[in-house]
Design a protein around this ligand. Structure first.
Ligand code: YOG
Length: 135
């Protein structure tokens, strides 16, 4: 376990989220609602087991996985696609690849000082989110 990302994190900045939602074919009305949501990320890291909950007043999303093992991900309530997903450490970054209909899809988490960073990418679009620890 290179670093411990565990904690409750609150979204502070959300660059290019609109473009990320568009590339996932999220409809206009849903995008308008989602764009201004406060998102809370709860990460529970226990050796090679990981749970990530993304919570909002509109929808919640949760994955549980074993680091290094591919699993079937269904993005229920998001873009509702089936993916073959794998999450691994690349140095101190937690890196996810999501194989499916969309090319170059995945995400990456890392720490910088007291902030949690997340890049969500799909095709040529990158959304950059920064979270701060909930007090
Ligand atoms: O997190 O993949 O931490 O799963 C991004 C949604 C918005 C619903 C959230 C609800 C992408 C409408 C998941 C927002 C846009 C828009 C709160 C980010 C899709 C639908 C759930 C994510 C990873 C890494 C762990």
């Amino acid at each position: 376990m290179p670093v411990d990302l565990s904690g409750t994190w609150v979204l502070e900045t959300n660059d290019n989220f609109e473009e990320y939602m568009k590339i996932l074919n999220i409809d206009l009305v849903t995008r308008k609602i989602a764009a201004h949501l406060s998102q809370t990320k709860i990460i529970i890291q226990d050796e090679d087991k990981l749970t990530i909950k993304t919570l909002s007043t509109f929808r919640n999303y949760e994955i549980s996985l074993t680091i290094g093992e591919e699993f079937d991900e269904y993005t229920k309530g998001l873009d509702s696609r089936m993916l073959k997903t794998r999450v691994s450490w690349e140095g101190d970054a937690l890196v996810c690849t999501q194989k499916g209909e969309k090319a170059n899809r995945g995400w990456r988490h890392w720490l910088e000082g007291d902030k949690l960073h997340l890049e969500l990418y799909c095709e040529d679009v990158v959304c950059h989110q920064v979270f701060t620890r909930k007090q």
